[in-house]
Write a protein that binds this ligand. Structure first.
Ligand SMILES: Nc1ncnc2c1ncn2[C@@H]1O[C@H](COP(=O)(O)OP(=O)(O)O)[C@@H](O)[C@H]1O
Ligand SMILES: [Mg+2]
Length: 315
């Protein structure tokens, strides 16, 4: 039996998803016979951690603070081991632009993009560069905040007149925004799970999941039950499956992930090419989340998944 603090909620825009992930993780840990303390992360986080004195923290937070290295840094400071990636990998994953630069440096394909801070528009006339950017990327262009998840703030600009509004929407979520080439194709996700036995053992790359939206409102639909269909393993030719899994492992290594992670990709339908969109340091763990589905398809039930992730975090 291990004393586990489950960190959930928090103040990010993904609070509701995190509460669901956290509740499900808590249930699993209780079934597994652990001593479980749930902590809704807020001002008193450090005090509550000290009072609870857990042997390990299960970080079931998504988005700002919980997934970007902030909470991880606090856990380092108070000396509590925690699940998932360390501070530096969380920082790299949480910032899509930073992650994409690391991928490019490592030769991992990611859609072409340009990224700017708001100051570039306010003080450096970046708007004057939009026609050149639009010409380089071609329409439609995906506009998204660098630091959000759950499809928040993502817009598709179909023509030049859509771009300014999409930028304003994206900047309302964060200071850095990217304009990215739209990949017309299929939405894939590959989750990676560490194995016990030390850093020399290759992590386990789980079966590919495909998200198939039922309607055209794909960004909003993604997290609503019944509006997106998930297929796992995705119906892909063997070599594409292999390539998607190899890319996911490359991304995992390049960004320095640990414990678990989910890598989101697009398959360009016409060219048959794969592009990595992003890596999620703390993938959703709700009933409809992709990593648990992929683990299940690999014969790893939810409780076993959670037990493994906790054991990996223990010193
Ligand atoms: N460049 C792109 N081309 C096509 N679809 C995209 C692109 N970027 C994002 N999307 C769509 O938006 C979804 C969310 O984008 P993603 O970059 O994974 O951000 P997040 O999941 O953090 O919100 C993707 O799963 C995909 O459906
Ligand atoms: Mg994503």
């Amino acid at each position: 039996m291990t004393r586990v603090a489950v960190l959930k909620g928090g103040r990010s825009l993904e609070r509701q998803i995190s509460l669901k992930s956290g509740a499900r993780v808590q249930d699993a840990l209780e079934r597994l016979g652990h001593d479980v303390i749930g902590i809704d992360v807020g001002h008193d986080l450090v005090a509550r951690l000290r009072a609870a004195a857990p042997e390990v923290a299960f970080v079931a937070l998504h988005g700002r603070d919980g997934e970007d290295g902030t909470v991880q840094e606090l856990l380092e400071a108070v000396g509590v081991p925690y699940t998932g990636s360390g501070v530096s990998a969380c920082i790299r994953c949480a910032d899509k632009v930073l992650a994409k630069h690391h991928m490019l440096d490592a030769g991992i394909p990611t859609p072409d993009f340009f990224a700017f801070n708001e100051t570039a528009f306010k003080e450096l006339g970046a708007a004057d560069a939009l026609p050149a950017i639009e010409q380089r990327l071609g329409f439609p262009i995906v506009v998204k905040p660098s630091n959000q998840g759950s499809a928040l703030g993502i817009r598709i600009a179909r023509e030049a007149k859509d771009v300014p509004g999409a930028l304003v929407a994206a900047f309302s979520y964060g200071d850095k925004v990217l304009l990215e080439r739209h990949v017309d194709g299929r939405d894939l996700a590959v989750s990676v799970l560490d194995r016990a036995g030390g850093p020399d053992r290759d992590p386990l790359v789980l079966p590919v999941v495909e998200a198939i939206p039922h309607e055209d409102d794909r960004y909003e639909a993604r997290y609503e039950i019944g509006r997106t269909e998930f297929v796992c393993p995705a119906a892909l030719p063997g070599e594409l499956t292999q390539r998607a899994q190899d890319l996911a492992l490359d991304v995992w290594r390049t960004l320095g992930c640990a414990g678990f992670a989910r890598i989101d990709l697009m398959l360009d339908a016409a060219a048959g090419e794969l592009y990595v969109l992003e890596a999620n340091a703390i993938p959703g763990l709700t009933d409809t989340s992709l990593l648990p589905q992929a683990a299940d398809a690999a014969g790893i039930g939810f409780d076993e998944l959670i037990e493994r992730v906790v054991q990996l975090a223990l010193p």
